[in-house]
Design a protein around this ligand. Sequence first.
Ligand code: NDP
Length: 294
Amino acid sequence: MTADIIDGKAFAASVRERVGKQVAKLQAENGLTPGLAVVLVGEDPASLVYVRNKGKSTQEAGMKSEEIRLEASASQEEVLAVVNRLNADPTIHGILVQLPLPDQVDEMAILDAINPEKDVDGFHVINTGRQAVGLPAMVPCTPLGCLMMLQDKLGDLSGLNAVVVGRSNIVGKPMASLLLAQSCTVTIAHSRTRDLPAVCRGADILVAAVGRPEMIRGDWVKPGAAVIDVGINRIEKEDGKTKLVGDVCFSEASEVAGAITPVPGGVGPMTIACLLANTVTAACRQAGIEEPAV
Ligand code: NDP
């Protein structure tokens, strides 16, 4: 079997186009321009690229984009002061603090300081809790993007066996929670899981969010399964150059799976598209306007 390739880039482009239309409508009918602020502390090269892409995509969607850069030596108080200013700014509806933060800054305290209504990353414990009990919440962008691709490919997910490999707060746990909300039978696997290949082989939906290059092999995949590869790992090739690979061995798994996301071009582009969609949702909720469907 050769799997259908889930084209995250094309899907993300369609989401971004839809968001752009929603923004234009909000501006025309409600005089509302959604605003997203991204806070970057330090000069981490990967984070700089992400932040630049986020700013560009925000502007392309017709939204207000603000980028705040602080020195790598910034204190906890300085970062908190920026978050508090953005919390109070009525033109900013979404606040994203780019992680990781330098050691001297307490990540949980900063995430906790963001107004949950402006928490477009969905990392605030209020949003985590609201999502867990089925209340309207800001949902973390990466798992949201994965869910959208799965629903687009499979339709109703109810009753399917889903295995999420990885239990981080930003990907694994919210992904599992979203799949549970869709009535999947969910297993969360992690570094202590016994016989991980056998666990994975039970999955109709297999989500890999581990951070280990090509760890999940073809014979771990149930024939016909949908495989979502969240991992982004840079590895060195034989010629000394580098390339990006996922947590799944694509060449093997794509021979077995029914559908699979590539790396790059799968989950990654959907994350930014969902960030824009979340910013529109946040702006509507803050303005008391009916929010468009994601
Ligand atoms: P974390 O490092 O926070 O979590 C990794 C998880 O994988 C942990 O729960 C860990 O288990 C588990 N794990 C590690 N080794 C093994 C193993 N050998 N067997 C089984 N489980 C294992 O990573 P993130 O969740 O933040 O990110 C995961 C990957 O997704 C990374 O490659 C990251 O770059 C990528 N990513 C991609 C995004 C995108 O937009 N495409 C966005 C966010 C992340 P334990 O808890 O037991 O230690």
